[in-house]
Design a protein around this ligand. Structure first.
Ligand SMILES: [Zn+2]
Length: 82
């Protein structure tokens, strides 16, 4: 299982509040499940313009396998906004 440690989200560049991940929509099929997510400020509701995806499935050995994981991309794009 490829478990990743994500870098923490930096505070909002506008108001300094904490940022968080928000699952916007989810989808599932027999092959896997996924979320579209956004990163949003908890103070002023500023959010990244893009939506990102994470998708995973159950592999043959019973592990969760990520087939798509935009979390690091989303964190780095959020943290670049200063
Ligand atoms: Zn803010």
């Amino acid at each position: 299982m490829n478990r990743k440690t994500l870098k923490p989200l930096k505070p909002c560049p506008f108001c300094g509040s904490k940022a968080r991940f928000i699952a916007a929509t989810h989808n599932s099929s027999r092959d896997g499940v996924g979320f579209d997510f956004e990163i949003c400020c908890t103070g002023c509701d500023m959010q990244l313009p893009e939506r990102y995806k994470i998708e995973f499935c159950l592999d043959r050995d019973g592990n969760i396998e990520f087939t798509r994981d935009d979390r690091e991309l989303a964190v780095s794009e959020w943290n670049r906004r200063r």
